[in-house]
Design a protein around this ligand. Structure first.
Ligand SMILES: CC(C)(COP(=O)(O)OP(=O)(O)OC[C@H]1O[C@@H](n2cnc3c(N)ncnc32)[C@H](O)[C@@H]1OP(=O)(O)O)[C@@H](O)C(=O)NCCC(=O)NCCS
Length: 174
């Protein structure tokens, strides 16, 4: 059986070990150990109830009062299909609810999985904060094949736009 819990600092190396192979294949954005330490409070881990081994992770990044993003969802290939992915998404949605966040978004190449978890496809232009935060550093900025998805109503104002994002937004056709 699988259970989830909030991550703590000693989990960071395990989280890194799960994300890294997917990042090398281009499935997930790479996360350095330093970055994971700084953001460990965003993370939930899934562990095998019998031996406590960490088999999956996922993060909820808060953007503002009404918008959060699910990131870095990954399950050890040897533990796929046991329900860890679903439990991680459910735990992150509970966390969003605990913070009274009304809209959770994400960017994915597996929309069927997240559709199964209650997410719907959305317009990328409505979610500018994410583009500012991650996309500007992404090698796929101008060849992005990820689908934007949301659960809940997209807030009208997610925070002030930084002028630096205007160039990538224009080039993305936003
Ligand atoms: C996607 C991923 C997290 C799923 O984890 P998992 O533990 O195997 O998923 P679960 O066993 O909890 O599956 C939950 C449900 O989703 C379905 N599902 C799993 N992977 C799916 C996929 N790729 N597409 C569509 N449905 C999928 C399962 O059939 C299951 O359905 P059910 O509840 O009706 O039985 C895992 O395959 C993974 O780590 N993938 C690589 C990293 C990745 O792409 N992350 C997403 C980045 S946005």
């Amino acid at each position: 059986m699988v259970r989830t819990r909030n991550a703590v600092l000693p989990d960071v190396e395990h989280i890194h070990a799960i994300i890294q192979p997917y990042a090398q294949k281009g499935t997930l954005l790479p996360r350095t150990l330093a970055e994971l330490c700084e953001n460990v409070r965003d993370f939930v881990v899934a562990e095998n109830e019998e031996n406590g081994k960490i088999i999956g992770c996922g993060a909820l990044h808060l953007y503002g009062q009404h918008l959060a993003e699910i990131r870095s969802i990954a399950v050890d290939p040897a533990a796929k299909g046991l329900g860890a992915g679903r439990k991680l998404v459910e735990a992150l949605l509970e966390e969003a609810e605990r913070h009274h966040v009304t809209c959770v978004c994400l960017f994915t190449r597996i929309p069927d999985f997240f559709g199964h978890m209650g997410f719907s496809t959305a317009s990328r232009q409505e979610l500018p904060d994410k583009i500012y935060k991650d996309c500007v550093h992404c090698p796929n900025l101008f060849a992005c094949d990820e689908v934007a998805m949301v659960r809940g109503a997209i807030p009208q104002h997610t925070g002030p736009r930084d002028p630096q994002i205007l160039i990538p937004l224009v080039r993305l056709g936003a």
